[in-house]
Each structure stands twice: as C-alpha cells, then as structure tokens.
Design a protein around this ligand. Structure first.
Ligand SMILES: [Zn+2]
Length: 269
C-alpha cells in the first residue's frame, strides 16, 4: 500500500515538474488560463496536498515559504480536500438520483458501506452547504486571528487586502495584465520580495534594525517604500491622485498596479 502511494506521488511529482516547465515557458499567459489548469489528483494525503500547494505557489510566482493560507486567500482557493469532497458529493448525488439500484456501482457502494469502509462516502453524501466556501471562510478567520495575535506577516497582508478578497488583477474582466508583470504585484502583496523587512527575518535581525539606507531610520517595509522612501520618490511623483496608504496602490488600475510594484521592487534588487 505504502509503495503504491509512493508510486502515485512520484507520478504526481512528475506532473508538477511538467507543470512548472509549462508555467515557465508560458510566462505571459494570462493568469486566469493557468489557473484553470488544475492538477488532477486522486488522493487526499498530505503529500498530494503539498504538491497542490507547491503548484499554487508556482502559479502565483511566490516563494515556497510563503504561508499557504495567504496564497489561498489571495486567489480564493479553498483546501484541496473540500474541493474533492464537493466533487464526490455531486457525483454521488447524481448517481443516486439516476440509479435504479441494480447497477454494479450501486452494489459496490452498498458493499463498501456494509464493510464499514464507507465513512468517507457518507461524509461526501451528507455534506450540507458549500464546503469550499466554508473552507475559505475558515482560512480567512484564521488569518485575522493570527494578525490579532501579533503575527506581522498576516498584519502586513491585511494592510494590503483588508477585506481578504480576490483582486481583479487575477481576472480578465477589467484589463489584461501580462502575467510576468502581474507576478510583481503578487510578490508585493504576499511579501515574497527582498525588502529588508522580509530578508531581515531570514538573518534574525530585529524588526527595528531592518532600516532603509535612504534615512537609516525607517524600517524598509511595504508602507515605507510606497509612501516615504526617497529612492522611490520619482515613481510616486508620477501618480495622481497621490497615495495616502499602502492599500491605495491596489485601487489603481491593474496595469498601473503591476508596473508600480515591479518598478518599486526593482529599486531594491
Ligand atoms: Zn527608504
């Protein structure tokens, strides 16, 4: 059993690698199209979930260490197990509506139930409400709780996305943004950048010492580089109306957002 699982994971890993190569080759493909290329998985092990999360981060263009929950909120992806549960539920419901009860599958389902292996099938068949929506709501609640408990990464994310909603930059509705530039906006929102506030974590420099070279006093964080940094003043000067807070960036038009995030982050590379 374990070796079979290992074999499946290896096969899935190959798919993820192929997917990575595909994403790299098609870096200008719109995000919405990439997003539709969900990886087909047929298990619910943590190994598969890890691969699923890895694929999600690859799509987003962020570091693997970016918290899963923030990536899921960013693009509105619930936990994998709830997606699978929802699909199984839909399948079983449809089958039971149409089934006369004498098909091989009906017998097989009954057998599984009788043998006490049916817990999962029962879960799927008795699910009420939208499990995916409930999962996302729970992820959002946890994010707010972590921020309230003082986790700076979650506080920073809430500053940029106070409603925890999916930004229109991930949809094609308003205006097309090439995915290579959309990634800069995503990296900015998910702190997957090289500003000192983030890189200082890695070398355990105290927060108050992660200061910007422009004044050797201000912490080099998202708010500083957007609103106050002398090194980005030339980029701010081009914007009308002027920005009052970091969240104002994401009220601009999608292409302006993407360009601004890319230009700002380039200053600090
Ligand atoms: Zn500065």
């Amino acid at each position: 059993m374990a070796s079979m699982m290992k074999h499946q994971l290896e096969a899935c890993k190959k798919h993820v690698n192929k997917f990575a190569a595909f994403v790299q080759r098609n870096s200008n493909m719109p995000f919405t199209s990439k997003h539709k290329l969900r990886i087909v998985v047929d298990g619910q092990t943590s190994g598969v979930n890890k691969l699923y999360m890895a694929a999600m981060k690859m799509l987003l263009g962020v570091r693997t260490t970016t918290p899963n929950s923030l990536c899921q909120i960013e693009i509105g992806i619930p936990e994998l197990k709830t997606t699978l549960l929802k699909r199984q539920e839909a399948f079983l419901r449809k089958f039971r509506q149409k089934s006369a009860g004498d098909e091989p599958l009906a017998h097989a389902l009954n057998l599984v139930q009788r043998e006490g292996m049916g817990q999962h099938l029962t879960d799927a068949a008795e699910t009420v409400g939208d499990t995916e929506l409930a999962s996302l709501e729970s992820i959002r609640r946890q994010c707010r709780q972590k921020a309230a408990d003082g986790a700076t990464r979650y506080q920073t994310y809430l500053e940029m996305n106070p409603d925890l909603c999916v930004h229109s930059i991930y949809e094609n509705k308003e205006e097309y943004v090439p995915d290579s530039r959309r990634i800069a906006a995503t990296r900015f929102r998910l702190s997957s950048h090289r500003l000192l506030v983030e890189t200082g974590r890695w070398s355990r420099i105290p927060l108050e010492n992660r200061v910007c070279a422009c004044d050797a006093t201000s912490v080099q964080d998202e708010t500083h580089v957007v609103l106050y940094c002398a090194r980005t003043a030339h980029l701010r000067a081009l914007l009308t109306p002027p920005l009052n807070s970091v969240v104002d960036v994401f009220a601009l038009s999608n292409n302006v957002i993407a360009n601004l995030c890319q230009d700002i982050l380039n200053v600090f590379y």
